[in-house]
Design a protein around this ligand. Structure first.
Ligand code: DX5
Ligand code: ZN
Length: 219
């Protein structure tokens, strides 16, 4: 089953409630919330107060993508906002195994995100802790970038590894996910799709129509 998750950094912050209500009506599967610290990535986004606001607006699962240095220092802060999923970057921590244990100890699904230049071998010893793997299909930090084509092969290779480990780990793709990239992501084994400006948050159609159109790509 394929899951669609709008990326809320691309929402209209002045009309957040309206956007979330419309996306809920369209039946999205989760919300992806990008947290950036200006150090791990050269941009800033939002923090726990925003996540709490979103939590109060919807029952849909919340997926926090931490693009911050030393994420182990911030797990409590975000877990206590009532989110269902947290991913951390392999490149952002010296303590990948323990930070994943910490997320799991909070009763939250744990994910690892890897940048385009990061080898999948870095995940070899944490598969037993993982619920999902975020394949960054652009370099993280900004919406509106171009998909890096070699990431299709990376998705396929991770998919093979997951089968070998025989665990129910989902592959999430993040960055320029839309009509031109979804078919090949799907073919190679992606299950969770982060939808930003390329699929949902653009003025071509309403948010609800954009979700419907995106869903047709999975038929
Ligand atoms: C990249 C972000 C994505 C991005 C996706 O760092 O995590 O969520 O906003 O949107 P587009 O489609 O603009 O790449
Ligand atoms: Zn993200």
């Amino acid at each position: 089953m394929h899951k669609l998750g709008p990326s809320l950094m691309c929402a209209d912050f002045g009309n957040l409630e309206r956007d979330i209500k419309e996306l809920d009506k369209a039946g999205v599967d989760f919300y992806h919330i990008d947290i950036m610290d200006g150090r791990f990535v050269p941009n800033f986004t939002i923090g726990p107060d925003f996540v709490k606001t979103v939590r109060n607006l919807t029952q849909t699962p919340l997926d926090v993508h931490l693009m911050v240095e030393d994420p182990e220092k911030h797990i409590d802060l975000f877990a206590d906002c009532g989110v269902e999923m947290i991913s951390v970057h392999q490149e952002s921590t010296q303590n990948l195994h323990s930070v994943l244990m910490k997320i799991k100890s909070k009763g939250i699904k744990a994910g690892v995100a890897i940048n385009p230049g990061t080898s999948i071998e870095f995940l070899d010893y944490v598969y037993d802790l993982l619920d999902y793997i975020v394949v960054m299909t652009v370099n993280p930090g900004f919406a509106g970038q171009k998909f890096i084509p070699s990431m299709y092969e990376k998705i396929a290779k991770i998919n093979e590894k997951i089968k070998a480990y025989n665990r129910p780990i989902e592959i999430q793709v993040d960055g320029n996910i839309g009509a031109s990239t979804i078919p090949s992501c799907k073919e190679n084994g992606a299950a969770m799709y982060v939808l930003g400006t390329s699929a949902v948050f653009n003025s071509n159609h309403s948010l609800e129509e954009n979700v419907k159109l995106t869903r047709t790509l999975f038929n």
